[in-house]
Design a protein around this ligand. Structure first.
Ligand SMILES: NC(=O)c1ccc[n+]([C@@H]2O[C@H](COP(=O)([O-])OP(=O)(O)OC[C@H]3O[C@@H](n4cnc5c(N)ncnc54)[C@H](OP(=O)(O)O)[C@@H]3O)[C@@H](O)[C@H]2O)c1
Length: 298
């Protein structure tokens, strides 16, 4: 069942190249059934975060699935208001408890929050968790090359992963080049353009997809895979979860990959990492999510 290609992280850990994102999947039945549907189809990477408020449901689905723990790759993230050495260790324990796991595969700093000036002490706590073998790999999200330089200047472990907004309209070439030069795997969030975006209605994606008998979403997911990115499309619908996984039986031609470069308008759907807020408290951010005030988390 598990035929997802993997990438090898800079510490030797294998990470599936395609996974399920669960941002905006409600805790309880919605996230549980999405994760169970994904595991059934063959996904092995699940991407959650403390602020998504659904780690409990993700953990329940994992427990119900019967998939052996060592076949799974579970990512979660530290929310902004929990940055700082002691707060990070505490927040990690809470995530682990909610997930019902005894280790995490990949733990990520959710945003750099440069104005708070805590990324280095936060990373030292990540290094502690890593040396205590509570996490198999540690990484960051939304770090620009400048943030990464700051972090790496004062710490010992090079991040294994940088998860950033990345899709054909926002290709992040500078960050990708920097990460490649430093052995950091890039992972794409909002890979098919995000919930509010209209990337999938680009005529070019339909035109290219039609040649292979694939949908625009499958075409874009394939573009990520062929760019050596890890990709985590989100859906709570089992048909789409299956569709997004059915991308291993075709290959986009060099011409089609080149044609897709014309879609790059350097436009984000999410927040700018330099100005992302300094840390709405976790509980409040989760409450805002429930009310649909999701901008805080993008
Ligand atoms: N680190 C960060 O700061 C950060 C930020 C944002 C996201 N992320 C992670 O990245 C994951 C993916 O990003 P995202 O959720 O923002 O956006 P996305 O995966 O690009 O897009 C998700 C949207 O596309 C729809 N969709 C899914 N499959 C589809 C298909 N085959 N055809 C048409 N529509 C489809 C989904 O709707 P339905 O669910 O209704 O199917 C949802 O509205 C998140 O879930 C999260 O795990 C991380």
């Amino acid at each position: 069942m598990n035929d997802v290609p993997t990438v090898t992280l800079n510490n030797g850990v294998q990470m599936p190249q395609l996974g399920l994102g669960v941002w905006q999947a409600k805790d309880g039945e919605e996230v549980e059934s999405a994760v169970l549907a994904a595991l059934e189809v063959g996904y092995r990477l699940i991407d959650t975060a403390a602020v998504y408020g659904n780690e409990t449901g993700v953990g329940r689905a994992i427990a119900k699935s019967g998939v052996p723990r060592d076949e799974l790759f579970v990512t979660t993230k530290l929310w902004n208001s929990d940055q700082g050495y002691d707060k990070t260790l505490d927040a990690f324990d809470k995530s682990l408890t909610r997930l019902g796991l005894d280790y995490i595969d990949l733990y990520l700093i959710h945003w750099p929050v440069p104005a708070a000036g805590k990324m280095v002490e936060t990373w030292r706590a990540f290094e502690q968790l890593y040396s205590d073998k509570k996490v198999r790999a540690i990484g960051v999200c939304n770090f620009t090359p400048q943030h990464l330089e700051l972090l790496m200047h004062d710490t010992a472990v090079v991040p294994a992963v940088n998860q950033v907004e990345l899709h054909p309209r926002f290709t992040q070439q500078e960050t990708r080049d920097f990460c490649k030069a430093h052995g950091i795997q890039v992972e794409s969030w909002s890979p098919i353009g995000g919930g509010g975006g209209d990337l999938l209605s680009e005529p070019l994606l339909k035109e290219i997809g039609d040649k292979y008998g694939k949908s625009p979403a499958q075409t874009v997911i394939r573009w990520h895979l062929q760019n050596e990115l890890v990709v985590i499309p989100k859906s709570t619908h089992s048909a789409r979860i299956a569709e997004n996984f059915d991308v291993f039986d075709f290959e986009l031609s060099d011409d089609d990959m080149s044609a897709m470069r014309s879609l790059d308008t350097k436009s984000r759907v999410g927040a700018d990492p330099d100005t992302m807020n300094a840390g709405v408290p976790l509980g409040l951010a989760q409450f805002a999510h429930k009310l649909g005030l999701v901008k805080w988390r993008k």
